[in-house]
Every structure is written in structure tokens, then in C-alpha cells.
Ligand binder design. Structure first.
Ligand code: DMJ
Length: 583
């Protein structure tokens, strides 16, 4: 896929690094009056402390000096730079090789990898389903890692079987494995991938056999049976049922089998029918009656990719299915009216959650909770992409878009998208430069004054000496770099590359395991760091892919021709031959 020679080829050609070894001659300290030196040191300490306490303010002041006024940030008028940065791209490629080689050495074929113990494990005792191999294979292809790709392909052809008598998560299996196979098929035209994809999809299809047609959360792949999620009383999560559509629709196109399309599309018609008046969706639905149940409303876990796929279904079929534009626009109005907030001090744009509460009379009220999952960081890029498509008054819009090319809603979404990307970057203002799993934004009622928390946000439960709370982890998630990739492709603004590079450097510094692979860390705001022995499959599938593409030639996988599924597997945009069955 690269327009440049593959990474292996480039590595052979690479000349030794020109490392300049600066010799510093330590001079003797000038023996000035002690008091002057002390004053200088004290002032330096005071300035450093002020910068630490007021990182966001200092950063915005520096941005203003550098010419990034608020409006300039929104409609980038600076130099548009779409030139590939091959050195940085290849550094990310080397990271992929470091991750993949360790997995291949220690755990080839296993679903998951543990880089510290150098072991692999499977999701169930029945056996693996190619979770890591299939999730990573298109990244190997895109990066030109041809030998690794060939071995991965051979493993899929000869060793992978979906005949596993155990229950697997419907959504995760679809986005990682079915999505990975479809993407590999598209990039190579190799029918082996399509055959495997059909086999897997046919084993998943029985999940749709419920009274409503909403798919069950789990599936037994050997028995071809949907299995209810007893932990959640048989309910299904909204994001999970509504994040299968890109994959099943593309499979329908490739196989001419409309059933895949119809089953997946029926879910969307149910969601439209069950419509909550705000345009938002609660995070659980009932597969018996196809309705929403009273539950939290949020853009984070169990909600996130519902919003993502509303837009992407509209994009996948080349802006032809207006029903998805309407549903997406409605949802984004709900997001703006109910979930978007400004932080107390630095006025950062963030998203909150709505939690339902019942009083003794059974009446429901909604509590606004200022909690933003790292997962929500997909939204910045998504809003920007929506602004130049559903929010455009002309097609195609310029890159970057001019305000007059966008509708009022498009302008609103563009602005919010850019602001959310900035906020997600501010959640990287931690000891490691990495963002936590969950950030809580400060509100007056939380009794956190400025002396206890230096930021507009904090990590709940993070106390000196106490074990790291769940919220403090960084598990190699992709959402911020996903948005940086989209923001860069739509603007050519080099600041997004710089942000991506900063995150990549932090990953290299704190998550890289010398013996091979990368590991999650338990607390992004504590040094020295502690690792957790796990490299999530989305690190190779998404995080490294988006970082690589951030520095790659923009003609590789252009957003005008591709939609990325929620696991970063690129699927082509096409013109549908099947008509939308609902409006
Ligand atoms: C991925 O599996 C997908 O991006 C999903 O939509 C959300 N969670 C992970 C990555 O964080």
C-alpha cells in the first residue's frame, strides 16, 4: 500500500544514523556571589512550578504567541503541509516490527499477547480465533512488511479455524476479525480472506434471530448459536448492535448476498423507531422488544461507536443513504444540546454523561456527570469528518474547509471537533505524556480547588501511596491518534503531526518493552511507571496504523475513498446496489 519502498527494503537501504556526539566541556561554575545564584535557582524553581500548575494556560499563551488564535485554529490559514514525513513514518513502522516480531516469536496464533511474560493466551479454552493475527494483518500490508505479512497470511490459511465451541463477543469478533479479513481481502484481492470472512459471518448470523432482530451479545461459533449476555440480564449494548453494519454491508456487496445487509440494516431501523426525543441513545437495548431501556447516555463505552457508525454508514455508500445523515445530524444535535460542556478554568470543550436516577415516586431525573472516557476521543475527528460531509453545502469542500463551504451545523461540528481534539491532547498533560482511561472534569460541586488539582481535569481516586485506580491506566488505546490522523488529513495543519509524534515518543519511552512488544501502564501520572502484562490487539491494528498514516503520503488510503471501521480496518466507499429499506 505504501507509495514508498516497504519498510524492510527501506531498512536495508538505511545508512547509519548520523548521530552527532556533542561533547560538553564542563566549565567550573563561576564563583559569583552565592545570593545571586540562589535567587536565580529559586526563580527558576518558581517558574517551573508555575508552569506545572498552569500547563493549559501557559500552552494557550504560547499558542497565541505562535499565531494560533482561536479562529485561526478553527480555520487553519497557515501553511498547509501535506508532504509525507518519511522519517517519522518509518519510526512508527519500526515500532510495528518491534511489536509484531515479539508476538510472532512468543505467541504466534494466540488471541492475545503478554509481552513481559512473553506468553500468549486465547479468549476461550476452546482455542483461538486469530484475534491478533487477523487484526494486525492489514497494518503489516500497509507498512510494507511483506515477509511478516506472508507468514501471517499462511497462518490464516492453514491454521485458523472458527469451529470453536465457546462463546465469543459478537461485536468484538465482527470489528476485529471479520473487519480484518474484509480489509485484507480488499487490499490484496486474495479470495482466501473472503472465504474465511464468509465462514465467520455465517457462524455469526444466528445472533440476529431474536424476537426484535437485535443481535445477541455473544455467539457460539461452532454451534452457530446466539448466546444472551447473562451479566447484563440479556440486554444488548447499543454500540455493539450498531457497530456491525459496515462489515456486513460490505460483505453483502462482495458476495451478492443481501441477507447480510438486511439483518444489519434492520438493527438501524429499530434504533430509528425506538428514537429517544433528544436524538441520543441510552447504552442498553432489549432484544425482546427492540426498545431502549433506561440506562446511561454517553459517548464512551457501550455508546461510542453507535455515533461513529451513523456517520460512517452514510459515508460508506457515497452519501446516498440520506436516512443515516438524518440520524447522524439528529444525534449530533443531541450531543451538543445535552453532553458538550466547557471546563471551569481553561474553558476546554469536553463531553459529559447523563446518568438516570429514580426518586421514591419512580420519577426519573438525569444527572450530568463530568466524566470523559479516553474512548470519546474518537469524536473530535469524527465531528470534523461529519462537518465536511453531512455539514457541507458544497462537495467536495476545500482542504482545509472554508467557513462558507459549511452549513451552520457543519461549522458548529467543525469547531467542536477541533476543540475536542485539543481537550484530548490536554488529557495527555501527565507525568508520562499519555492520557488516562478516564478523565473527570472539575465542577464547582466536586470540592476540588486549584491547590489540589493543577488541571481542569483529574484522575478520580488517584492518591499518593494508594494503588492505581482503574481510571489511571493507558492501555495503548488509539482514539486520540485516530482523531489526529483525521484532523491532519482534513487540514494539513502540522500541529496534528506534532501532537501525534509527542504521543508516539511517550509510548516509546514508557510502554516499549526492551525484549519485544509494548505493554499497558497502570498509572499515566506516576513515575516510575508500572506495566501491566498486556498488549491489546488494537495497538497494532489501530494505534500504530493511525500514527503511521499520520506521517504517510495522504494519497495512501484517502478519506475520500475509504471508511475505516471502528477497529481501523479500511473498507472502500462504494455506490450501493441495494436500496435502503427504511427512511
Ligand atoms: C477498539 O476495539 C475499537 O476502537 C472500539 O470501537 C472501541 N475500543 C477499542 C479501542 O480502544
Amino acid at each position: 500500500m505504501s507509495t514508498e519502498p516497504g519498510l524492510r527494503q527501506r531498512r536495508k537501504d538505511a545508512s547509519p544514523k548520523n548521530e552527532s556526539k556533542e561533547t560538553v566541556t564542563a566549565g567550573r561554575a563561576t564563583s559569583g556571589p552565592v545570593s545571586v545564584r540562589s535567587i536565580l535557582l529559586l526563580s527558576l524553581a518558581a517558574v517551573s512550578f508555575y508552569i506545572y500548575q498552569n500547563a493549559a494556560t501557559v500552552r494557550s499563551t504560547l499558542n497565541l504567541w505562535a499565531g494560533y488564535s482561536d479562529s485561526a485554529q478553527l480555520y487553519w490559514g497557515g501553511e498547509v503541509d501535506f508532504v509525507p514525513d518519511l522519517e517519522k513514518r518509518d519510526a512508527v513502522g519500526e515500532a510495528m516490527l518491534h511489536a509484531w516480531s515479539a508476538y510472532e516469536r512468543d505467541a504466534m496464533g494466540d488471541d492475545e499477547y503478554h509481552p513481559i511474560s512473553r506468553t500468549g493466551s486465547n479468549l476461550t479454552e476452546a482455542g483461538g480465533i486469530g484475534y491478533t493475527v487477523v487484526d494486525s494483518i492489514d497494518t503489516l500490508l500497509i507498512m510494507g512488511l511483506d515477509e511478516e505479512y506472508k507468514r501471517a497470511r499462511d497462518w490464516i490459511e492453514n491454521k485458523l479455524t472458527f469451529d470453536q465451541d465457546a462463546k465469543f463477543n459478537t461485536f468484538e469478533t465482527t470489528i476485529r476479525v471479520l473487519g480484518g479479513l474484509l480489509s485484507a481481502h480488499h487490499l490484496t484481492d486474495d479470495t482466501m480472506f473472503l472465504e474465511k470472512a464468509k465462514d465467520l459471518a455465517d457462524r455469526i448470523m444466528p445472533v440476529f434471530e431474536t424476537p426484535s432482530g437485535l443481535p445477541l451479545s455473544m455467539v457460539n461459533l461452532a454451534k452457530r448459536e446466539g448466546v444472551p449476555d447473562v451479566d447484563n440480564k440479556g440486554l444488548v449494548s447499543t454500540a455493539e448492535v450498531s457497530t456491525l453494519q459496515l462489515e456486513f454491508r460490505y460483505l453483502a456487496l462482495l458476495t451478492d448476498n443481501e441477507t447480510y445487509w438486511e439483518k444489519a440494516e434492520h438493527v438501524m431501523s429499530l434504533i430509528k423507531k425506538a428514537h429517544i426525543s433528544t436524538g441520543l441513545a441510552s447504552i442498553f437495548m432489549n432484544p425482546e422488544d427492540g426498545r431502549f431501556v433506561l440506562a446511561a447516555i454517553r459517548l464512551g463505552s457501550r455508546g461510542d461507536s453507535y455515533y461513529e457508525y451513523l456517520l460512517k454508514q452514510y459515508l460508506q455508500t457515497n452519501l446516498t443513504e440520506v436516512v443515516y445523515k438524518d440520524m447522524y445530524d439528529d444525534a449530533m444535535n443531541g450531543v451538543h444540546n445535552h453532553l458538550i460542556q466547557k471546563s471551569q478554568f481553561a474553558k476546554l470543550t469536553y463531553t459529559s454523561e447523563l446518568i438516570p436516577e429514580r426518586n421514591r415516586m419512580g420519577e426519573v431525573s438525569w444527572r450530568l456527570t463530568p466524566k470523559q472516557d479516553h474512548l470519546v476521543c474518537f469524536l473530535g475527528g469524527s465531528l470534523m469528518l461529519g462537518a465536511v460531509t453531512t455539514g457541507a453545502v458544497t462537495q467536495p469542500v476545500s482542504l482545509p474547509p472554508r467557513p462558507e463551504e459549511l452549513s451552520p451545523q457543519g461549522q458548529r461540528d467543525w469547531a467542536t471537533g477541533i476543540e475536542l481534539v485539543e481537550t484530548c491532547m490536554r488529557t495527555h498533560d501527565t507525568a508520562t505524556g499519555l492520557s488516562p482511561e478516564i478523565a473527570h472534569f472539575r465542577i464547582p460541586s466536586d470540592n476540588m480547588d486549584g491547590t489540589r488539582a493543577p488541571h481542569d481535569w483529574y484522575i478520580k481516586g488517584d492518591r499518593p501511596g494508594a494503588p492505581a485506580p482503574y481510571d489511571a491506566r493507558y492501555i495503548l488505546r488509539p482514539e486520540t491518534v485516530e482523531s489526529l490522523f483525521v484532523a491532519y488529513r482534513l487540514t494539513g495543519n502540522p500541529r496534528y503531526r506534532q501532537y501525534g509524534w509527542d504521543i508516539f515518543q511517550a509510548i516509546e519511552k514508557y510502554c516499549k518493552i526492551e525484549g519485544g512488544g509494548y505493554a499497558s501502564i497502570l498509572n499515566v501520572d506516576r513515575l516510575p511507571i508500572e506495566h501491566e502484562d498486556k498488549m491489546e490487539t488494537f495497538f497494532m491494528s489501530e494505534t500504530l496504523k493511525y500514527l503511521y498514516l499520520l506521517f504517510e503520503d495522504v494519497n495512501v488510503l484517502p478519506l475520500s475513498k475509504y471508511v475505516f471501521n471502528t477497529e481501523a480496518h479500511p473498507l472502500p466507499i462504494f455506490h450501493p446496489t441495494i436500496r435502503t429499506g427504511f427512511s
